[in-house]
Design a protein around this ligand. Sequence first.
Ligand SMILES: Cc1cc2nc3c(=O)[nH]c(=O)nc-3n(C[C@H](O)[C@H](O)[C@H](O)COP(=O)(O)OP(=O)(O)OC[C@H]3O[C@@H](n4cnc5c(N)ncnc54)[C@H](O)[C@@H]3O)c2cc1C
Length: 374
Amino acid sequence: MTKTADFLIIGGGVAGLSAGAALAKHGRVLLLEAEDALGFHSSGRSATFSHFGIGGETVRALTAHSRAFFLDPPDGFGALARIMPAMFIANEAMLPALAELERITRTLSGAVERVDETSAARFCPALRWAPDAVVSAFVHREGLRLEPNALLQGYVRRIKAAGGEIVTGARVASIGPRWQVRTEAGVSYEAPVLVNAAGAWADRVATMAGVRPLGLTPLRRTIIGFDAPPATDVRDWPFVKTAVDHLYFMPDAGRLIASPVDENRDDPCDAQPDEYNMAVAAHRVTEFTTLEVGRFTHKWAGLRTFAADRVPVAGFAPDAQGFFWLAGQGGYGLQTAPAMAEIVEALVTGSAFPDVGATRSQIEPNRFSSSPRT
Ligand SMILES: Cc1cc2nc3c(=O)[nH]c(=O)nc-3n(C[C@H](O)[C@H](O)[C@H](O)COP(=O)(O)OP(=O)(O)OC[C@H]3O[C@@H](n4cnc5c(N)ncnc54)[C@H](O)[C@@H]3O)c2cc1C
């Protein structure tokens, strides 16, 4: 027997769930997730922070637009974020990037202040101020520490409350025309609209459906955890990131986590951290701080999947009616999810493109139509 719906969504990460919650207002949603748990891949492995030190202009606009949703969540969501300062630091070579990021952050959010060594120490006393380490910094007082679990569960509740269904352990194995989908377990589903929110697997899902892939690139990112210095309460330390992609670190449940901001090409998989990138993370912590990284208390890796222009993709495939792309969320899929869900709802239902600070042509997949794809 084939189960039918108005919208069939492949992928139970933040992309698929946020899309499902938005579309559940317009018809019956059926969401299929390959793993036994929602958010098992990228959405459960993020650093859980929203800031402007990542992505280009479009991503920053989507991030800015999404802040209101996180700060004042709609009914049915618990607390989704707490304000936590973000400090951006630079060595000599990074000074131009720091100045540009400060200008951008000030424009988008305000609440920005330059800090010297003394005032920076009130936020994070462990910075190593030296000509070859930190020489300048600014603080954005209104960074957001996100609660991804509350976000995903809020979307789940919305889908279910509207009569939608979420099936885990349902790996899609084949896709036929208009859109008949069969899982590895042999269960069939059908809907006129198929939303491809399969994260690192999105190109593979498209190929399965006979749709031209976008040439998405999954890049692995590593995070290490380590103990705070003895007798030091790090809970109020900020998120600290170099002005260019080199290092970030922040407090996490009384300990510290750090990333070398690595981007290593990988196949879609259950990504694991490698020794080299863990060692690089530890080295860079000691390069920019007085902290010592002893044993790793925990570590993980995940895939950040990008389109060629590093802007998320949402929209119907130009070459397949009813096939909707929702992919390429890169390293900002959580912090842009509320804006992206508004875009999905508008594009699927044919209503006016929302005022999210980005244009339709920046987001839709047909922006790649004239360029060759791999
Ligand atoms: C280390 C790290 C740090 C990050 N930090 C941040 C951060 O601080 N802030 C931020 O906003 N973002 C961050 N990100 C990025 C963010 O996590 C991603 O952009 C986001 O999670 C992508 O969501 P997604 O739903 O597209 O992908 P996923 O969460 O990977 O979901 C895709 C789902 O599709 C399923 N799927 C695939 N194929 C099939 C199939 N055939 N059948 C059924 N299901 C299938 C997969 O099992 C998977 O669960 C970070 C990412 C990493 C790895």
